[in-house]
Design a protein around this ligand. Structure first.
Ligand code: FVH
Length: 310
């Protein structure tokens, strides 16, 4: 989910809500920001015994009042549980706090849900393996308010045995999906989905800027864009069939030449309205390259082959 998304934290409640069940496993949580707090609360509600640690110790107080134990150090949190969930800010903060506690984490399952790049995830997995730590990397496709609801989806990759061990706890957060043994896979999918999201919202902002030049409020354009994208988005599955088949020429759908002309019109229309076409130009550049190399009759979605940096 959006690594830069920030939401207002719900106040923690004590005593725990009604759905509390019998005590289950023991879990330690490192990091009590908005997400770590939501997860600690969810685990408590679901009957897990929890130990929490946070750099700013004061943030542990409401969790202790709600039933968690507080650890003064990462080492203490590691000693308290066989499964340690890490929800810190970024890769640097994870390594800063896990490395000095490597000996304490030996033999434990560490589930790192901090947003990192695929290679950062792989590097932490390699470091964990070197120190006898069973490592599972994760990506959270949810905001804190969604934790524990059917809308939350979490992706995991790395040690499948760690996934099996931690699964009862992880399933309390939302759907738990194992992506594979490569520890970078969950993070890669997270980043790919975020990329699609930002490009889509970039398109919305472009449309909004264009329509505002004639006084149409953003609210109206949002409605129009939602309706339009809803109608065309199912085409994604047809695109996927063509990409997976690898046969682009002759074009099963819209050709490079046609799309290139359409894109040129969009760029011109934006500029005529006094709106930058910066978001559109990179797509046109790829189409230009396909035409220049004799592939104008190919399907325009063959752009996907151009994106790979050789
Ligand atoms: N919140 C969200 O909607 C998104 C959803 C998708 C996944 N992200 C990622 O989850 C990680 C944690 O995010 P968060 O929302 O909990 O973030 P904050 O509320 O800002 O809390 C950050 C915690 O990290 C601690 N921290 C920061 N720097 C350090 C450091 N150098 N050493 C130790 N801990 C550090 C911070 O501690 P403190 O400031 O309270 O002392 C918080 O516990 C993140 O990767 C998102 O990208 C959330």
């Amino acid at each position: 989910m959006d690594p830069h998304h920030r939401t207002t934290r719900r106040p923690l409640t004590a005593p725990a809500p009604k759905e509390t069940t019998m005590p289950k496993g023991t879990i330690s949580i490192l990091g009590l920001g908005a997400m770590g707090s939501a997860m600690a609360e969810r685990l408590r509600v679901q009957g897990f015994t929890t130990t929490v640690w946070n750099r700013t110790a004061a943030k542990a107080r409401p969790h202790v009042e709600a039933g968690s134990k507080a650890a003064a150090t990462v080492a203490e949190a590691a000693a308290a549980s066989d499964v340690v969930i890490v929800v810190l800010l970024d890769h640097a903060s994870v390594r800063e706090h896990l490395e000095p506690a490597a000996a304490d984490l030996k033999g434990k399952v560490v589930v790192n849900l901090t947003t990192t790049t695929p290679n950062e995830s792989r590097a932490t997995a390699a470091w964990a393996a070197d120190h006898g730590i069973t490592y599972l990397d994760g990506a959270i496709m949810a905001v804190p308010e969604m934790i524990g609801t059917p809308h939350a989806r979490l992706l995991y990759a790395g040690d499948e045995n760690a996934f099996a061990i931690a699964k009862p706890a992880l399933e309390t957060f939302g759907a738990a999906e194992f992506e594979g043994a490569d520890a970078g896979l969950a993070s890669l999918k997270d980043m790919a989905l975020l990329t699609a999201m930002y490009q889509m919202f970039g398109g919305l902002l472009q449309a909004t800027a264009m329509m505002r030049t004639v006084g149409v409020p953003a609210e109206q354009t949002a409605k129009d864009v939602i309706a339009w994208l809803g109608a065309v988005l199912p085409l994604a599955e047809e695109f996927a069939t063509v990409v997976d088949g690898g046969e682009y020429d002759p074009a099963p759908g819209q050709s490079v030449d046609f799309t290139r002309a359409a894109m040129a019109s969009l760029i011109t229309a934006s500029r005529e309205q006094g709106v930058s076409a910066d978001f559109l130009e990179p797509v046109k550049k790829h189409l230009d390259e396909l035409t220049a190399t004799g592939r104008g009759t190919a399907d325009w979605i063959s752009v996907v082959e151009q994106l790979r940096i050789r």
